[in-house]
Write a protein that binds this ligand. Structure first.
Ligand code: CAA
Length: 260
């Protein structure tokens, strides 16, 4: 694996765990960290040696947002550039061919909340806290928060969180459907790895196509999205994995998927 300064990358069973590791700054996403995560995503786009990417944070934060020290003197052009780089990264995570699980260990604020939303599934420690506190800084969310939050939890809750800047605890985030599971802090990584293992035992081709259909469908009117699903369903019926999966079921044995 490449040498990084602000992230740790570790292979664990069928998953790669990417830990954002700027503990002293609550894992705030400075320019360098965004570039390192982007470097990891780009260089592992076609890597089939793992099935799931897990993103977490070191210490008591997942990510406490974009790095505020880099924004104080930022001008209009700098702000657009920063938002463009962050949005490009978060779109890359959303479109990454492998599922991405956010294992949210602590504060997920601003850009950290937005990072969690760009992931496919969110598992949170009971200690995690979420929020979009940008209005406290005279800012608005700039890494997708104004768009992904309303799609995830609905317009009213998104407005409440973004306009008040209030933080919510993990149980409330679970209640409103922001996170998909909560667990004790010491169970977080085991839970994420177990979920990664379950996903990796399925057909990689089906997993990739299902993720793509869900994500791309959300950007389309329903009737177009249903057509998109139909074409993909047809395509996957031509795969080895579909024949193997259905045959294995009928023969009452475990399927041996090949991802083709
Ligand atoms: N950027 C830069 N540094 C940060 C940071 C951030 N987002 N969040 C925390 N830090 C730094 C603090 O400045 C502090 O540094 P020093 O030790 O050098 O003073 C260190 O991390 C520890 O932080 P605290 O002492 O504040 O720790 P705490 O436990 O009392 O509070 C916290 C933790 C609630 C997360 C608090 O640090 C906090 O509110 N952080 C800012 C959260 C925020 O506003 N995020 C939004 C950023 S804007 C954004 O993200 C825009 C966008 O959409 C792209």
């Amino acid at each position: 694996m490449a040498d990084y300064k602000n992230i740790l990358v570790e292979k664990k069973d069928a998953a790669i765990v990417l830990t954002i590791n700027r503990e002293k700054a609550m894992n705030a996403l400075n320019r360098e960290t965004v570039a390192e995560i982007q470097g990891f995503i780009s260089s592992h786009w076609s890597d089939d040696s793992f099935g799931v990417l897990i993103i977490t944070g070191a210490g008591k934060a997942f990510v406490a947002g974009a790095d505020i020290s880099e924004m104080k003197d930022m001008d209009i052009e700098g702000g657009m550039d920063m938002s463009a780089r962050g949005n490009y990264l978060f779109k890359s995570i959303q479109n990454f061919p492998k599922p991405v699980i956010a294992a949210v260990n602590g504060f997920a604020l601003g850009g950290g909340c937005e990072l969690a939303m760009a992931c496919d599934i969110r598992i949170a420690s009971e200690k995690a806290k979420f929020g979009q506190p940008e209005v406290n800084l005279g800012l608005i969310p700039g890494y997708g928060g104004t768009q992904r939050l309303s799609r995830l939890v609905g317009r009213g809750k998104a407005m409440q969180l973004i306009l008040t800047g209030d933080m919510i605890k993990a149980d409330e985030a679970y209640r409103i459907g922001f996170v998909d599971e909560i667990c004790a802090p010491e169970e977080l990584m085991d839970k994420a790895l177990a979920m990664a293992q379950t996903i990796t035992s399925k057909s990689p081709l089906a997993v990739r196509m299902a993720k793509d259909c869900v994500n791309r469908g959300l950007d389309m009117p329903l009737s177009n999205a249903l057509d998109f699903e139909k074409v993909n369903f047809g395509a996957i019926c031509g795969s080895y994995d579909k024949t193997e999966g259905c045959t294995a079921f009928l023969e009452k044995r475990k399927a041996e998927f090949k991802g083709k």
